[in-house]
Design a protein around this ligand. Structure first.
Ligand code: FAD
Ligand code: SF4
Ligand code: SF4
Length: 420
């Protein structure tokens, strides 16, 4: 007799897992995250009675399976379209090295460090490149400037910062959490259900995210950079070292000397290589700007850089009163150099994202039509945006294009995870 899988494995199998790592972070003995080349970083549940119990509890924390947008305060259209937007600034880290190494203006790294230095957080949970395999990421807890700099610059590769919840829960003190919108959404869900954990999370910071490419996409990038197959990589940069930065790899050859690949622009690397390597879950993601975070940070594309390595700038959004207080303190003490902007700037800075949120309705409709499970999100205005914001052609494309993709890629089949 075959048993139906536990709810976490079902979430993975049905393409709903985002890879946030929160299930593994809450049940580290029974759920572990592994890297799969084409499916991303995904959880594997121990096939025991205890594993099943853990999965039954963990599914309640999983924002991949569903997020409660209806619980977010929304006083006007800006909030309904983008999640709570209390205040917005445009600026950068005052520390020149952090600004340079950061993905945009280094605001996230600067804020994390400011929280540690002010004693508001005993550490910051985030991700950094793996030393032994720079194609992959590890989740870490940083406690110093040097530690924080490990994570500066976006890693356009699979990552699960939610795994660190185990250490956060077990270690005395309070911690800041940095992650993509999907990572933050699950952490918020977990914190809402556990007062002790809630108290231990000093603040959450979300980075804007249009989709996380898989290891297969990173391999395609290495080919594009003409890195020899199987080279002993020592570094792989996707962003940073100027805004928006370039993509470049470093490896050690057989003689032991370091070799550097050509650097390609962020635009070329993202647009021509990595973008195509995002998982289906990212195509049906409705939150690209970290609506559940206290603070979220993205690129101010309305005022684009002139070259590939300009001095960086960040768009900084306070979503809660706690976020406002932390950003204003960082500006007052000189950690951040930033100026207030109108609340509607987010729409100008990320002009494609409203269309994307509308298209998500059409894409999920296509999933319904083919019998696939969809995330049980509440309070999304995707249908309204689909109706009012998208042209007739885009409406049709969002459904028909998705049906084609579902059929071509046979997305209804159970996703099978093979750890690398
Ligand atoms: C997959 C991906 C897609 C993105 N898409 C967009 C987009 O559509 N629009 C946009 O404006 N910006 C996008 N970004 C860029 C991101 O929003 C910027 O990093 C943000 O502006 C923060 O810049 P910063 O200089 O303040 O951050 P930094 O000071 O460089 O700090 C970045 C922080 O993010 C963490 N981090 C890096 N990579 C990951 C990851 N894969 N998962 C979880 N945490 C990570 C690091 O640990 C570090 O703490 C994307 C980034 C990633 C990783
Ligand atoms: S909690 Fe995160 S990692 Fe676990 S199944 Fe849900 S989305 Fe995937
Ligand atoms: S697009 Fe959404 S689901 Fe995909 S990695 Fe980004 S925040 Fe997570």
């Amino acid at each position: 007799m075959t048993h139906s899988p536990d709810p976490i494995t079902q979430t993975v199998q049905s393409n709903l897992c985002t890879g946030c790592g929160v299930c593994a972070g809450r049940f580290p003995e029974l759920i572990r995250m592994v890297d799969d080349v084409t499916n991303g970083r995904r959880p594997i549940v121990a096939q025991t009675e205890a594993g099943l119990n853990a999965a039954n509890q963990a599914i309640n924390l999983c924002a991949g399976a569903g997020a409660d947008h209806a619980s977010l305060p929304a006083k006007d259209e800006t909030d309904r379209d983008w999640g709570p937007v209390l205040k917005i600034w445009e600026g950068w880290a005052a520390d020149e090295e952090i600004r340079h190494r950061g993905s945009s203006g280094g605001a996230v790294t600067a804020l994390g460090l400011a929280l540690i230095e002010a004693g508001e957080a005993d550490g910051v949970a985030h991700v950094a490149q793996r030393d032994d395999d720079p194609r992959l990421n590890r989740s870490v807890i940083s406690k110093s400037r040097e530690d924080m700099l490990r994570g500066a610059g976006s890693r356009y590769a699979q990552a699960s910062p939610g795994e660190r919840l185990a250490e956060i829960a077990a270690t005395p003190g309070r911690f800041a959490f940095i992650g993509k919108p999907c990572d933050v959404a699950s952490v918020r869900k977990a914190a809402n259900q556990d007062e002790y954990l809630d108290d231990k999370i000093a603040v959450t910071i979300g980075i804007f995210c249009a989709g996380a490419p898989t290891l297969a996409a990173t391999e395609a990038l290495l080919d594009r950079l003409s890195v020899p197959k199987g080279a002993a990589l020592t570094d792989l940069r996707y962003r940073g070292n100027g805004w928006p930065g370039t993509m470049q790899a470093t490896w050690r050859d057989a003689d032991g000397s370091l070799q550097k690949s050509d650097a390609i622009s962020y635009g070329e690397g993202w647009g021509q290589v990595l973008q195509a390597g995002r998982k289906w879950r990212c195509s049906i993601c409705a939150d690209h700007t970290g609506e559940f975070a206290d603070i979220s940070v993205g690129d101010p594309w309305h005022n684009p850089p002139k070259g590939n390595t300009d001095p960086g700038r960040s768009l900084i959004v306070a979503r809660t009163e706690r976020g406002v207080r932390i950003i204003e303190a960082a500006i007052a003490n000189g950690t951040l150099i930033a100026e207030p902007r109108d609340r509607d700037l987010i729409a100008k800075a990320q002009p494609n994202l409203l269309d994307t949120r509308g298209s998500v309705f059409g894409r999920r409709l296509a999933m319904h039509l083919t019998g696939m499970p969809v995330p049980k999100d509440t309070g999304l205005n995707s249908f309204d945006l689909w109706k009012s914001h998208l042209s007739l052609k885009r409406k049709a494309q969002s459904v028909a294009g998705s049906l084609k993709r579902i059929v071509r890629r046979r997305l209804w089949r159970a996703v099978d995870i093979t750890p690398v």
